[in-house]
Design a protein around this ligand. Structure first.
Ligand code: FAD
Ligand code: DHB
Length: 394
């Protein structure tokens, strides 16, 4: 049975960034990752970084490639009812966003952790977190078919929405219903996402509302486009042969310039909202998707994951400096205001831009009116812009 200071479950953006920030404070950690290095480095997911995230990457020495290869954008386009409108983030908020794939962030963090002698145990599945109310919580894990345990001083559950950490929390006690527990919402549609070998037909992201459903044109490089379609919640890829995907994208995006290309990756992701409150219990702290899920429309998932672990790393550093638990005790409270702002914005963007399968023509007209309000009112456009680029005062 080995030991470390902080046991981190999950080598996604949250777990890797946490271990990097702790290392910079001289705090040892071990990261458990059930998948292989190759798998986590090629898993295609989010792509939009807020200024706070790019600042965190750059100021801690893992932003060099992002600065070189990331695409700086100052706004987005909204398309609906045959019209196109631009929301100018820079003018409205003074800030922009950076388009840089989550898998690139993950690659950069892994490279840095390994160069710094960091311990990332790939293909090692955490099976349980034990003793979270004690001073020596333990992570039970399976590696090469063998079961073992690592004793830690703290455990960070950064294992995403299907991880093991959250299940180690005690169930909420009677009376904790007000402000404690799990808040959830599911949506009656999913996103089909593809990575296509075709040049983006736009220099900015296009969010499109069409009466057939939502579509999004994003990108990864001058040669690679990232594209999404609203599909039914129970759709599988079998229902979406490649020609159908391209036809539907071109129709909903109203984008004749978009040329079909080789599809490098494709998958369907359900849309879900979830918040666990509080995000901590004893010596177990949840961060990122393990603690909260947002529907992808607001591009907040990866940004929230990075923001959580910035707070957690500072709280752990304060503990190791002065044995003060003050910041650790306030971890959840310090994160949840930003989390709920992002939850609201993501649900709002989702409602604004998706066709509700149970909606009626009145609903469709209301949505069009709201979209038109956003593109004609400075106040409404600012609401979208300041939330999209990251609302600092949440
Ligand atoms: P994750 O990146 O999920 O990392 C968790 C890690 O823990 C994984 O590597 C997992 O393998 C590992 N793990 C899980 N259980 C265990 C265990 N028991 N033992 C060891 N390791 C374990 N957000 C957007 O903003 N836009 C998008 O387009 C978008 N697309 C997405 C597509 C998919 C398929 C998914 C699942 C999410 C998407 N998201 C998107 C959300 C965004 O990618 C997440 O918010 C982000 O990955 C959160 O980072 P994380 O580090 O908290 O979790
Ligand atoms: C991307 C993903 C999102 O969820 C979003 O809202 C914008 C862009 C992307 O993968 O590039």
């Amino acid at each position: 049975m080995g030991a470390t200071r902080v046991g981190i479950i999950g080598a996604g953006p949250a777990g890797l960034m946490l271990s990097h920030l702790l290392h910079r404070q001289g705090i040892a950690s071990v990261v458990f990752e059930r998948r292989s290095r190759d798998y986590v480095e090629s898993r295609v997911r989010a792509g939009v970084l807020e200024q706070g995230s790019t600042d965190l990457l750059a100021s801690t020495g893992v932003g060099e490639r992002m600065i070189r290869e990331g695409l700086a954008h100052d706004g987005i386009k909204l398309r609906f009812a045959g019209e196109e409108h631009r929301i100018d983030f820079r003018r409205l908020t003074g800030k922009g966003i950076t388009v840089y794939g989550q898998q690139e962030v993950v690659k950069d963090l892994i490279t840095q952790r390994l160069a710094d002698g960091g311990e990332i145990w790939f293909e090692t599945e955490a099976t349980a977190v034990e003793g979270i109310e004690d001073d020596d919580p333990r992570i039970a894990y399976r590696r090469n078919g063998e079961d073992a345990t690592l004793t830690c001083e703290f455990v960070a559950g950064c294992d995403g929405s299907h991880g093991v950490s959250r299940t180690s929390f005690p169930p909420p006690r009677a009376g904790e219903g007000q402000g404690g527990g799990v808040y959830e919402r599911s949506y009656p549609f999913s996103w089909l996402g593809i990575l296509g070998k075709t040049p983006p037909s736009s220099d900015e992201l296009i969010y499109a509302y069409h009466d057939r459903g939502f579509a999004l044109h994003s990108m990864r490089s001058p040669e690679i486009s990232r594209l999404y379609l609203q599909v039914d919640a129970d759709d599988t890829m079998d229902a979406w042969p490649e020609p159908r995907i391209w036809d539907e994208l071109r129709l909903r995006l109203a984008e004749r310039e978009l040329q079909p290309g080789e599809i490098i990756e494709a998958g369907i992701t359900p849309m879900r909202s979830m918040v666990t409150e509080p995000m901590q219990h004893g010596r177990l702290f949840l961060a990122g998707d393990a603690a909260h899920i947002v529907p992808a429309t607001g591009a907040k998932g990866m940004n929230l994951a990075l923001a959580d672990v910035k707070v957690l790393a500072e709280a752990l550093a304060a503990w190791y400096r002065s044995k003060s638990r003050d910041l650790l005790d306030r971890y959840s409270e310090l994160c949840l205001r930003r989390v709920w702002r992002a939850e609201h914005f993501s649900a709002w963007m989702t409602a604004l831009l998706h066709r509700d399968p149970a909606g009626d023509p009145f609903d469709h007209k209301l949505r069009l009116s709201y979209l038109r309000y956003i593109v004609t009112s400075e106040a409404a456009a600012t609401t979208l812009a300041e939330n999209y680029v990251g609302f600092e005062n949440a």
